[in-house]
Design a protein around this ligand. Structure first.
Ligand code: AMP
Ligand code: MG
Length: 409
């Protein structure tokens, strides 16, 4: 392959090749469940108990025997005590008796039905109830949520708030999780200055390192920021070696476009195996992917929007796989687009859009200018509008595929 004529590849093909070559990290650690937040579960979790573990009341009210419910008219029951949440009633509810019971409190022996407190008339040690109650109402049954022995979580699941609570509800204090992924990144380009430095003629601030940092941070990755590297052979080479030593995966931005003063590619050919692709997507055409020593490598395009789009659309599924996470394609909606969208057939477009309501209907509109250097468009947007390769210009009012940013992490 000659570097100046990389093959054009569909996004699907590129993704398939990349995902095929990725082996998930194997190292597993045991962590307390709070420390396991955001980590990837490495074992199946089976429930050691029934949830709920005992029959209990779903309401504050009175536990009664369904046999005592009146078919019509009223009936009066003798109140024999209370079952509190945490302090069950020891005795049994007999014929024409009832028990005061709180939400979550254990159902007493003999009773099988709960009457809401709003539905009774209470006089000293008696209650009166009317008809229309159903046998067994307002009772939570043993194992209704989870049966003992059932598998509740699969390996590959990311542990978020609901999972921590679920584990806790089963009395599970520790779990096996994959170790965190380590990522290193740097920017390349003589025109780039770090924030805090003064800009001279022909220079710009490096923003890609910050967007890459933010996107990785959202994934709970251990981050190594190697700064801005000048377009000089020795510096680029040293940066790559150091990055590969520190991390499981290395990201760079810039220096992968065809015709660039391009040490990135030459260095990579020396240190590892790297493919430079022209992907049929817009923005984000040039992309390098491969290995440096034991680390995976993504060379993202330099243009700020291209770097973000390629990260989300190409690198993110690879990161998920590397972390050991079960694949989960992002949410995609088909919505009416209020604006016309300029597009030429040939590449898959990831235009920036804004999800909005028009009356009751969820619709999408364009953020406007779609240049790959217009980073403010990413900040104004809350979704990608995905236009398939063969698609031409979209007329206002047509349906388009929309991918909310919120579903991308
Ligand atoms: P390159 O891929 O190096 O040819 O860069 C393409 C465009 O992206 C040029 O306009 C660069 O100035 C710009 N660019 C490259 N790297 C960065 C960066 N880290 N932050 C902001 N802009 C960048
Ligand atoms: Mg450059």
């Amino acid at each position: 392959m000659t570097p100046s004529h990389p093959p054009l590849m569909s996004l699907e093909q590129a993704l398939e090749q990349i995902l095929d070559s990725i082996n998930p990290i194997k190292d597993v650690e045991t962590r307390g469940i709070m420390d396991a937040f955001g980590r990837i579960l490495a074992e199946p979790i089976h429930s050691p108990l029934n949830v709920p573990p005992y029959q209990n009341s779903a309401m504050d009210g009175y536990a009664v025997r369904s046999a005592d419910l009146p078919a019509s008219g009223n009936t009066t029951l003798e109140l024999i005590g209370t079952s509190w949440a945490g302090t069950p009633f020891a005795g049994e509810v007999g014929e024409k008796q009832c028990l005061r019971i709180m939400t979550g409190a254990k159902m007493p022996a003999g009773a099988d039905t709960v009457i809401m407190q709003e539905d009774v008339q209470k006089t000293d040690q008696q209650i009166t109830i009317g008809d229309g109650h159903k046998a067994g109402q307002h009772v939570r049954h043993i194992g209704e949520d989870i049966r003992e022995g059932a598998q509740v979580l699969q390996p590959g699941k990311i542990l978020k708030a609901a999972e921590l609570g679920l584990l806790a509800s089963l009395g599970i204090a520790e779990v096996q999780v994959r170790r965190p992924l380590k990522a290193a990144f740097f920017s390349t380009g003589d025109e780039l200055r770090a924030v805090g430095e003064a800009l001279e003629e022909g220079q710009i601030y490096d923003s890609n390192r910050y967007t890459i940092f933010g996107m990785l941070k959202g994934l709970g990755v251990e981050i190594h920021d190697l700064g801005v590297i000048r377009d000089q052979r020795e510096e680029v080479e040293a940066a790559f070696s150091r990055a590969a030593e520190l991390a499981d995966i290395v990201f760079t931005s810039g220096g992968v476009s065809v015709g660039d003063a391009d040490f990135v590619q030459q260095t990579l050919e020396k240190l590892g195996t790297v493919n430079l692709w022209k992907i049929a997507m817009k923005p984000g055409k040039p992309l390098a992917f491969g290995r440096i020593d034991d680390a995976y490598f993504f060379g993202l395009p330099g243009n700020p929007v291209s770097a973000m789009v390629t990260f989300y659309q190409v690198a993110l599924p690879a990161l998920h796989k590397l972390m050991g996470q079960t694949p989960h394609p992002p949410l995609q909606l088909k919505l009416r687009c209020l604006d016309s969208l300029k597009k030429r057939p040939g590449r898959t477009d990831f235009q920036r859009g804004i999800l909005d309501y028009e009356g009751n209907e969820l619709v999408v509109r364009s953020v406007g200018a779609q240049g790959s250097h217009i980073l403010s468009s990413m900040s104004r947007a809350n979704c990608f509008i995905i236009l398939p390769a063969e698609q031409g210009t979209v007329k206002a009012g047509s349906k388009v595929e929309v991918q909310p940013f919120s579903s991308l992490m």
